[in-house]
Design a protein around this ligand. Structure first.
Ligand SMILES: C[S@@+](CC[C@H](N)C(=O)[O-])C[C@H]1O[C@@H](n2cnc3c(N)ncnc32)[C@H](O)[C@@H]1O
Length: 695
């Protein structure tokens, strides 16, 4: 009977307690008869800002449960209300707080919990890809399931058919073994005090060695020993994809039904990882902005938000048309308007519904993130990396000792992780780039001057967050420092184990005197899907004392031909300056890469967008560019890192991405506007690819 049942806290409602008990009894019977299988049932668990009635983790799948206190004849649909008729009483089956039906509720909970399962390190992206949801009715039900058969992740049943339905769930790519259960218990921080001993086979805990698992549960982690007090965390930013929408969205004449709808929208925004504000207008009782076409008004509420990059995602999630205009997306939702409602009489609103400043905020590249908890623990607790902002500035890391590398690991690795992760996460949100990568089954990544690998892990994390299909990723890493490479190997191994990513690392220790493809002779004929050089070229320039000042150009000239047809190259550096010249690294990078793009017709810059559009004609030899990223981890909240960078691709691929000049000003560094965009109205972030600048 390898069943473990956990319940962090009791349920509020009587029917939930009863349903929990009934399911526990059935699970106990089911798993008692099958000693080779393993199942964990967690009741009443919060994850990713949503409250789940239950989670079942079995060998072949992970299932999120919703309990429903209804029975009788149930009609279930994607759109509209679910109806229950029981003893001649007709009721609407509610989908939790807010104006949701149970299908939407299940979808929100599934979408919100999936990334958190992966981030916690409990499961890999592949394992949760087909995460299932089950809606279980407490009382006997005849279910008329009108939800499209395309939607395979949702199962609807009553308590009588619960086990049969559960047994039908077999998710491809999910094959959890006994050894995985120790990790899951650890990463979901399942406290032994929550065990419901009556239903659990507690002896199994000895066999699965939870205590000996190589990672400790968060509450056991001693991050700040007594002699090393915790840094003061003020206004801890939330992790990227969990930023809550504005808790007080501005609404007009709010009544109760609108409040309910706003709370539903907050959950949708949160589940989709969209930060920032949105507005809800009651179409019937209020005026709507003049730019809304009255013929588009189909439902009682208009929702508008300045997050054009999320248009497709919202459209897919809500299965309704989303319109776009002037940097705003909007759609109609809620109850359909009655047929006799004359939408042509909607009055135009006097006020602007989204303020230009907030729209600009939305158009900025997301530059804050948090180190994944497994990585935080690994680099600080296991590898003993240390955070030390006062450490003598690392001008050159080539000859760094092991101790210096540990300071680098604790201080600079997280920063490199942050900038690479944020840059690629944005790039992968571009449809054309996403679909091109989606067609690839395997990837080859080259990092030159990889050091301890913050850039590699940042890129890999963005890849796993956005794609699930890669069956093989090969990473080719070159650096001159043996200690850094050895740290990289440890981090990389742990990354593969934690995320279950099938990736291979090939390292080459070599001191680069001048750029040449000779370093790649061990890997002949390889074309790379990604070429990254992060914070290394500047070190080459500094070491050359004037003889290697052309290094950005030389790097591009040498390595861009090694890009695969749809490959992407990131050249990134710090924004300081070498001692021997008055030029800063960004001056050199801009000037040299513009020159290279003028000479080489085969390549184009993607980002910054102003350089993509005007780089070839740009005559500014001293263009200072800088973007600030920020990373939070257990040793430092919001640690800042300032860099300059370019993303480059082969011309054909770059053109297929359809980047256009949005006809707005672009600031390349804190208010310094690219002169070629000066004089245009409005402003967009040249570092962010989104709906404004992609056709
Ligand atoms: C600032 S670190 C960057 C590491 C990593 N790419 C990152 O973003 O965190 C620079 C790396 O370049 C390597 N490096 C500097 N000059 C080099 C050279 N001439 N040959 C090989 N590696 C070099 C150093 O050993 C160091 O690991």
């Amino acid at each position: 009977m390898p069943l473990l049942v956990y319940r962090p806290r009791n349920y509020d409602q009587t029917h939930e307690r009863e349903e929990y008990r009934n399911l526990c009894v059935q699970l106990k019977e089911r798993y008692f008869a099958s000693p080779d299988e393993m199942c964990i049932f967690i009741g009443n668990y919060n994850i990713g800002d949503v409250e789940l009635d239950g989670i079942i983790i079995k060998n072949e799948g992970i299932v999120v449960l919703e309990f429903k206190d209804y029975g009788g004849a149930i009609t279930a649909t994607e759109n509209g209300d679910w109806i229950s008729i029981e003893n001649d009483v007709r009721s609407i089956v509610k989908g939790g707080a807010g104006r949701k039906n149970p299908y939407t509720q299940a979808k929100i909970n599934r979408t919100a919990s999936k990334p958190v399962f992966v981030e916690s390190g409990a499961f890999s992206a592949k394992e949760v890809e087909r995460l299932s949801s089950m809606i279980v009715f407490h009382r006997p039900s005849e279910i008329d399931n009108k939800v499209s058969s395309r939607i395979k992740w949702l199962r609807i049943c009553d308590e009588r058919s619960f086990i049969d339905e559960l047994d039908l769930i077999v998710s491809p790519n999910c094959d959890l073994q006994q050894k995985d259960f120790a990790r899951i218990i650890d990463r979901l921080a399942l406290d032994p005090d929550w065990l419901c001993v009556r239903y659990s086979n507690v002896e199994v805990l000895k066999d699965i060695n939870v205590e000996e698992n190589d990672t400790q549960a968060p509450e056991e982690m001693v991050l700040f020993p007594d002699n090393n007090p915790a840094p003061v965390f003020q206004e801890e930013p939330l992790p990227d994809d969990k930023q809550s929408p504005d808790p007080n969205p501005v609404t007009h004449q709010v009544d109760e039904s609108q409040q309910t709808f706003v709370s539903y929208m907050e959950q949708v925004f949160s589940a989709l990882g969209i930060g920032g504000r949105f507005e809800v207008i009651d179409v019937k009782n209020n005026s709507v902005p003049s730019w809304v076409e009255s013929s588009q008004a189909t439902n009682e509420f208009l929702v508008a938000a300045a997050c054009t990059g999320f248009k497709k995602k919202i459209e897919r999630f809500l299965s309704r048309p989303v319109f776009e205009r002037d940097g705003i997306i909007y759609w109609f939702d809620g109850e359909p308007l009655e047929k006799h409602f004359d939408s042509a009489h909607i009055a135009p609103a006097q006020e602007q519904i989204v303020h230009p400043e907030s729209r600009m905020e939305q158009n900025r590249l997301k530059t804050t993130t948090r180190l994944p908890s497994w990585l935080d623990h690994f680099i600080f607790e296991e590898l003993k990396g240390s955070w030390d902002a006062d450490h003598e500035k690392f001008e050159s890391n080539l000859l760094s000792s092991q101790d210096d590398n540990l300071v680098y690991l604790g201080t600079y690795f997280p920063r490199s992780y942050a900038d690479t992760f944020c840059i690629f996460d944005n790039l992968f949100s571009v449809d054309s780039c996403h679909s091109s990568l989606e067609q690839k089954d395997s990837l080859k990544i080259l990092s030159i001057g990889c050091g301890t690998g913050g850039d590699i892990i940042g890129l890999l994390t963005a890849l796993l967050r956005n794609f699930t299909q890669f069956s093989d990723i090969s990473v080719y890493a070159i650096d001159g420092n043996p200690y850094a490479l050895s740290i990289l190997e440890s981090v990389f191994d742990r990354f593969c184990i934690t995320t279950k990513c099938n990736a291979h690392l090939y390292v080459k220790q070599t001191v680069i005197d001048s750029f040449s493809t000779d370093f790649l002779s061990d890997w002949p004929g390889v074309e790379f899907d990604f070429i990254v050089s992060s914070k290394m070229i500047g070190e080459i320039i500094s070491s050359g004392n004037g003889t290697k000042d052309n290094a950005y150009y030389d790097f591009g000239k040498t390595f861009l031909p090694k890009l695969s047809p749809s490959g992407l190259c990131l050249i990134l550096d710090v924004t300081t300056k070498p001692l021997h010249t008055s030029l800063f690294f960004p001056h050199m990078m801009s000037d040299q890469l513009n020159r290279l793009m003028r000479e080489e017709d085969d390549y184009e810059v993607l980002v910054p967008i102003c350089c993509s559009q005007f780089g070839k004609i740009c005559q500014n030899p001293r263009c200072f560019q800088q973007k600030e990223f920020s990373i939070s981890h257990s040793r430092k909240s919001s640690d800042k890192c300032r860099v300059a960078y370019r993303l480059i691709a082969r011309r054909e691929f770059a053109q297929s991405m359809g980047i256009v000049f949005p006809g707005k000003r672009m600031s390349v560094y804190e208010g310094t506007v690219c002169p070629y965009t000066n004089g245009f109205q409005g402003e967009v972030d040249p570092y962010r690819l989104n709906g404004d600048n992609i056709v």
